[in-house]
Design a protein around this ligand. Sequence first.
Ligand code: THU
Length: 124
Amino acid sequence: MEKLVQKACEMRQFAHAPHSHFQVGAALLTQDGTIIGGCNIESDSYGLTICAERNAIFTAYAQGHRKFQALSIAMNSNSTPCGACRQIIVELCGNIPVYIADLTGSIVTFQSYDLLPHHFTLTT
Ligand code: THU
């Protein structure tokens, strides 16, 4: 968990957040032990912004990974993932632990299914 949280914290420095100045880093641990990072990238056309968590998850999928052990997110306030990211986390990663770190070093842990109960899915 410490290594994953450390990677999420490191990824924050790559955030491109000229509009919100809210930097977010994420790190996803795959089943084979690979750690894949992501950060938020904002656009002048605000709606095109991608969150750090989705950036990491989509990157992992693009590299062929399909099974995951855990996700870490580093945010500069006591916050939790947005609704869009919650849907993508449960849909593409399943029920995994999500370690959320703030800048003080405090970490809170949620199961992804607890972050989005009764999530939408096309399969049952
Ligand atoms: N953001 C994330 O990267 N993850 C979240 O779960 C919530 C929000 C980003 C999007 C935007 O660049 C900035 O934080 C402010 O909303």
